[in-house]
Design a protein around this ligand. Structure first.
Ligand SMILES: N=C(N)NCCCC(=O)O
Ligand SMILES: [Zn+2]
Ligand SMILES: [Zn+2]
Length: 313
């Protein structure tokens, strides 16, 4: 019988420490099928810093989550053991070392049988997470929700940044290049070449305009066809949401998805072979009234629910 969250009808949800959704710590339960883990790292950013405070803000906003998910008809914390694995403490002064630390910590979680839902942190952290996941599953399908391509080559000569993780991941053979999708892309680019190079790497794009004009159901159909039955990793940059829905982020772009659209697309992935996910780029210093961290906590709850549905109870 899994150990669930603190009972909010007995201990007020605003009392006590903020683990994700008030779940037990992984160290308290020993083993979990799904682990929520924080990566407070933002040394890879090209504009506003502050995503290092993302994990704490998302946990704080997650106090109000409840145990039953009606849209997916699942009580994820009853179905399987879900736990908070704490934060991966990585070097804020050395990106290369931080990447190694994140890879090792994620590998340890996977070796212990837990599927990770990672709370970032800037998007740099997707690279070590994909290294760890692909070591277990082989090259994975990727569903990448973001305003940005994040397939650029270098910034100021640096190869490991929040704008480059998915180019590195393709170069390293971590991804199944038949099954790569960006969703929510918008905003000015450096040039048309960005799109050509992205296509050459194997990505298909559903822009924010496509979501508006084609609608959520068609988007889900396209994505599911592309993913098929491959092992799937989902990486969600919170800036895929419009700044009205997620102001607390480092590189905001106008014209994004609503949180309702994003949650609906995620729910459309039920039945896919999800093996891990992240929600990154929450920078609380630019947030207002916890708008961004509330959205991120609900997104993480949906990801946890999708993972729980994949496990036999
Ligand atoms: N991954 C995020 N959030 N942003 C990438 C933006 C890269 C740029 O400054 O052009
Ligand atoms: Zn982005
Ligand atoms: Zn990104």
């Amino acid at each position: 019988m899994p150990r669930g969250p603190v009972d909010s009808s007995r201990i007020p949800r605003f009392a006590g420490p903020a683990t994700f959704a008030r779940l037990p710590s992984l160290s308290d339960v020993g083993q979990a099928e799904v682990a929520v883990v924080g990566v407070p790292f933002d040394t890879g950013v090209s504009y506003r810093p502050g995503a290092r405070f993302g994990p704490a803000a998302v946990r704080e906003a997650s106090r109000l989550l409840r145990p039953y998910h009606p849209a997916l008809d699942v009580a994820p914390f009853e179905r399987v053991q879900v736990a908070d694995a704490g934060d991966i403490a990585c070097n804020p002064f050395d990106i290369g070392e931080a990447i190694e630390t994140i890879d090792a910590a994620a590998s340890e979680l996977l070796a212990g049988g837990a599927k990770p839902v990672t709370i970032g942190g800037d998007h740099t952290i997707a690279l070590p997470l994909l290294r760890a996941v692909s070591r277990v599953h082989g090259p994975v399908a990727l569903l990448h929700f973001d305003a940005h391509l994040d397939t650029w080559d270098t910034y100021f000569g640096a190869a490991y940044t929040h704008g480059t993780p998915f180019r590195r991941a393709v170069e390293e053979g971590l991804l199944d290049t038949e099954a790569l999708s960006h969703v929510g892309i918008r905003g000015p680019l450096y040039g048309r070449r960005d799109l050509d190079e992205d296509r050459r790497l194997g990505f298909g794009i559903l822009t924010a305009r496509d979501v508006l004009r084609r609608g959520v159901d068609e988007v889900i159909d396209v994505l599911r066809q592309r993913v098929g039955d491959r092992p799937l990793y989902v990486s969600i940059d919170i800036d895929v949401l419009d700044p009205a829905h997620a102001p607390g982020t480092g590189t905001p772009e106008a014209g994004g998805l609503t949180s309702r659209e994003l949650l609906e697309i995620l729910r459309g992935l039920e039945g896919c072979d999800l093996v891990g996910a992240d929600v990154v780029e929450v920078a609380p210093a630019y947030d207002h009234a916890e708008i961004t961290s509330i959205a991120a906590s609900h997104i993480a709850y949906d990801l946890v629910s999708l993972l729980a549905l994949r496990e036999k109870p």
